[in-house]
Design a binder for this molecule. Sequence first.
Ligand code: BG6
Length: 491
Amino acid sequence: MTTEKNQACDLVIFGAKGDLTKRKLLPALYKLEKLRKLHKSTRIIATGRANWNTEDYIKIIKKSIKTFLKEDIQDHIWTQFSSRIFFHNINVYEMLHFEKLKKILVKQNNIIIYYCATPPETLNAIFLGLGNTHLNFPSSRIILEKPLGVSLKTSQIINNQISKYFSEKQIFRIDHYLGKESILNLFSLRFANSLLFHTWNNTIIDHIQITVSEEVGIEDRWNYFDKIGQTRDMVQNHLLQLLTIITMDQPKNIQSENIRNEKVKILRSLNPINLDNINQFTVRGQYSSGVIREKKVPSYLKENGANKYSQTETFVAMQINLNHEKWLGVPFYLRTGKRLAHKYSEIVIVFKKNPINLFIDSNIELLSNKLIIRLEPNANIQYDILNKTPSLQNKYKLEILTLKSNNINQENSKNLIDAYERLLLESMRGIQALFVSRDEVEESWKWIDSILDGWKNIKNDNLQLYKAGSWGPKNANILLSYNNHTWHKFQ
Ligand code: BG6
């Protein structure tokens, strides 16, 4: 059952001691308490391997919530919030521990939501434990974090394992980008504005650029990141989600299934990138040492725990073409990397030049209009139009006039909704629209696998070094120059 109303839930977190729980989940839950979005009977059952009792756990997390929320905890909110928290010592390989968990859960008739905030290796043990002890009640839900596998095959294994115990309607796969306000706003921009709705296709649009640039390095996650690389870490999920939201057809309505089905159609329409065209359509890079915000940072190969021969990419740029009638002939350029000059995410829609030039006698070349959608930081929308430069000359002179909105999602306001707040709340409401379906995950892995295979089998490895604090390897510019395009400069 799905509802807009907040339901009484038992949120069982596997991985209560982990980084994700401390950094994201508990601060988000505290914020939901503050916003009075949690049902009065909702409980948070944090589970992990530790001989702590609830009192110990609450003391520990109070400190970390304060650190990650960056605000003082209010006593009256804390009293209410902490009264919902219970710590349960669980070894996911021990059935007896699940039996004990069951005793806690059946005490109340709440909707049960399991949140797997654990490393992927333990997922199957959790599914088995829940299934074998019949904790997979039909009304229960289960939330999975990325990475969901490292390839189509491994993601299918996880999906097959979980589907033995939970139906697709019960599974909520997180991509935190889908919880971001500025990304949700893309739906309203595209589908609520007739000006954009009617021009959103290959008759008017020349090409589209998507940039997700990060300043951070791998943040002491060598063991995770080096096996994964930027393509699996960012493109398979976040960037492909952005691409699908930007290109999908208008769904029949905003119901989960219709939105997700439209996104899958786009993923199926991506032209494959493989050994034959990998050099033409992709660029990979790895950061060398450099300076970011006036601070020296080491090269990727000197990060903690590094293997100095690693060929893992920390930057990737690609050109994608869609086999979709609306998008034939429109290149989509994606780029994302760690240790780049600035952290920002942006979508740039470059419109075709006006084919008829009324101002040719004035030696004017008509430039493209651009719609620049800044997602982060300070989300805003900018529209570049050509405008007459005031003068008494009889010849025209045109200049670009930039129309820019203010911050569109009040990012600096104290009430900014964090992606995890929204996603936790949506899971409590039982609404799946902002979660990724099995088909989406598997289609995107299928497409990514072919790129990864291409890189693996190519004769001359195309990994290029780039300086930390730069905009990535030179070849990322060359990639666009084949079509006479250039990356929109960060402003
Ligand atoms: C995570 C990746 O999914 O997204 C990280 O694992 C990355 O490597 C992060 O830094 C970026 O998220 P955001 O919200 O800061 O853009």
